[in-house]
Structure formats: C-alpha cells, structure tokens
Ligand binder design. Structure first.
Ligand code: ADP
Ligand code: 5GP
Length: 199
C-alpha cells in the first residue's frame, strides 16, 4: 500500500468520513452537495484544482483552485494528486494535501469528482464511499446544462458525448441517487450521508 494510502487509513480511524459524489456533468452534484452542506459545520468540501477558467461568480479556493496548465502539470510531475483527469478539454485533480488537511481537522470530507476520477480515487483512498448522481434522462440533462447557461454549445456537446459511457459505470458505485425531483433526491442523499457519518 502506498505511503499516502497508509496515512489516510490511519487518519480515517480517528477522523470524519470520506465520500465522493460523482455523475455526469449537469446531473446536479453541486446543487445537491450545497443543499446538504448548507447547515453542516461538521462537513467540508474538498476543493479540486482545474485548468478551466473561472465562471462568473466562482472564487479561487472556494469552487476550485484555478491553475495554469504549467502549474497543474508541475503537480502531476510531483505526484501531488490523489487522482486527476482530462475532462472537456481541461484538467481536474484532487490534491493529496487538501484531503489530508481537511481530514486532520476532524470533519467529514465530501468530494465532487467525475465518474472515472471517483473510481480511481477508490484505489487510492482508504474507506471511501462512492455515490453516483444520475439524471432522470438524457433530455433532462441536456435541458439542465442549457438552463445553467455556464457552458458554450461546444462544451455542452462535449459533456453530453460522455454521458452514455459514464452511466455504464454507475453499477460500480456503492450508492446511486436519481436526481429527478430535487427535494426527493436531496433527502435520499442526506439519508445516505447521515447513515455513513453515524457509523
Ligand atoms: P453538476 O454539479 O452535476 O454539474 P449542477 O448542480 O450544476 O450539476 O446542476 C446543473 C443544473 O441543473 C443547475 O442549473 C441546477 O440548478 C439544475 N438542477 C439540479 N438539480 C435539478 C433538479 N432536480 N431539477 C431541475 N433542475 C435541477
Ligand atoms: P465543471 O467544469 O462543470 O466545474 O466540472 C466538470 C466535471 O469535473 C464535474 O463532473 C466535476 O465532478 C469534475 N471534477 C471536479 N473536480 C475534479 C477532480 O478533482 N477530479 C476529477 N476527476 N474530476 C473533477
């Protein structure tokens, strides 16, 4: 087992839980996570690094650490990431130091990753729970991405192209929530997370 996995195992015996929420872009991961974390001081969101540009209202260190391609690649060379992926023509990765820092604070750590990144994270993180967030249909997903109005038509097309492949990986997750009605899905996710945190 790697030195990092060992350190995580030691930390996990005395600190909060680690849960990865993943699913196709637009499925509702960040909406559901924000709802859950709204009044939860015991939970914290692990901020990833990305090479994509900030969207309107996004703040460095809150939604992401926004890095240049050179900065990101330097972290790759130093083996600083738990996992990283090239997605939609940008790179996204979770720093080992971010996970260690948050776990050492004794809080439950939640990560929002893409589907392949989540499965890769399982290989490297001890005791992680993987939750898949599925859209009710491809049409609904496409509508949500358009209505979110954060991505160009080209970006939306790239995101939609991956969905079939991502949905096929859903059975490899521990839990799945279909985000059709937001209140119902939020309740289901909260129940899964609460059960996990009570253990
Ligand atoms: P993700 O983080 O998975 O990319 P978001 O949370 O940004 O997805 O959600 C994509 C868009 O869909 C957002 O505009 C959000 O407000 C909307 N949305 C999320 N859940 C629902 C839902 N259950 N019904 C309708 N719209 C939703
Ligand atoms: P967006 O550009 O819409 O913020 O995110 C695109 C996708 O990147 C989302 O599906 C999100 O879950 C994923 N993502 C965010 N951070 C990471 C990360 O650190 N690693 C991986 N593999 N995916 C990430």
């Amino acid at each position: 087992m790697s030195e990092f996995a060992n350190r995580c195992r030691t930390l996990s015996s005395k600190t909060g839980t680690l849960t990865v929420v993943a699913g196709p872009s637009g499925a509702g991961k960040s909406t559901l996570l924000h709802r859950f974390m709204d009044d939860r001081d015991d939970c914290v969101f692990a901020v990833s690094c990305t090479t994509r540009s900030p969207r309107m209202g996004e703040v460095n260190g809150r939604e992401y650490y926004f890095l240049s391609r050179d900065e990101f690649d330097a972290h790759v060379r130093n083996d600083d990431f738990v996992e990283w992926e090239e997605l939609h023509a940008n790179r996204y990765g979770t720093l080992k130091s971010e996970i260690e820092r948050l776990r050492a604070m004794g809080r439950h750590v939640l990560l929002d990753l893409d589907v392949k990144g989540a499965l890769n994270a399982r290989e490297r993180l001890a005791d992680v729970l993987l939750v898949f967030i599925a859209p009710p249909s491809l049409d609904a997903l496409e509508r949500r991405l358009r209505e979110r109005a954060t991505d160009s038509e080209e970006q939306i097309a790239i995101r939609l192209k991956r969905v079939q492949e991502e949905m096929e990986l859903a059975p490899r997750f521990d839990k799945c929530v279909v985000n059709d009605n937001l209140d119902v899905a939020a309740g289901e996710l909260a129940a899964i997370l609460q059960a996990r945190m009570n253990k």
